[in-house]
Design a protein around this ligand. Structure first.
Ligand SMILES: [Zn+2]
Length: 181
């Protein structure tokens, strides 16, 4: 028995030590990831939200005012979920535990918003409108746009989509603030 301990002792100790090293490595990595995610949400995503919101509002106002010219809107290259998705859900769960669900909702909303930015909505509206006006030979005919059911439907549909997005921005902002608390 003593011989076995003599033989296996160092091996077991070694195994034990390597488990501790692994745990400490995970702990350190998790701590780094946690700091990174919190900082990314706080310093990159949160400050971008009002800018996205403002562009949505400008696009909406432009459409409501029957402007036939697209306004300039930003591309928002840094506003996306790529960085947030670089970390595996398993790791997120290990880091954030019960807050994981909230984070997951935040990431999904950011992903959705980043794929449906003001530029895309604006392009969609004017593509549909201009194609239709061209077909009807009514380009530049404001009276037509104000009286035509198709034109009004397109306008109302896009405006309600924008209102929905604005609402989502507010919700995700509140969620991020709760998450950072
Ligand atoms: Zn029309």
């Amino acid at each position: 028995m003593i011989d076995i301990i003599k033989v296996l002792g160092p091996f077991i100790l070694g195994l034990f030590a390597s488990v501790i090293i692994d745990l400490r490595r995970d702990y350190k990595r998790n701590k780094r990831s946690k700091k990174f995610i919190l900082n990314y949400l706080k310093s990159t995503i949160l400050p971008e939200l009002p800018k996205v919101e403002l562009d949505y509002q400008n696009v909406k106002m432009n459409i409501e005012n029957y402007s036939n010219e697209k306004i300039k809107v930003q591309v928002f290259e840094t506003f996306n979920s790529n960085i947030l998705k670089a970390i595996e859900p398993v790791e997120y769960y290990a880091i954030f535990k019960e807050k994981y669900t909230l984070l997951n909702e935040i990431i999904s909303t950011i992903e959705f918003l980043s794929q449906n930015l003001p530029l895309k909505i604006s392009n969609e509206f004017y593509d549909i409108l201009n194609k239709h006006l061209k077909e009807k030979n009514k380009i530049g005919d404001l009276e037509h746009e104000k009286g035509c059911g198709y034109c009004l439907d397109n306008r109302l549909r896009i405006i309600s989509i924008i209102d929905f997005r604005l609402n989502e921005i507010n919700e995700v902002r509140d969620k991020i603030k709760t998450f950072l608390r």
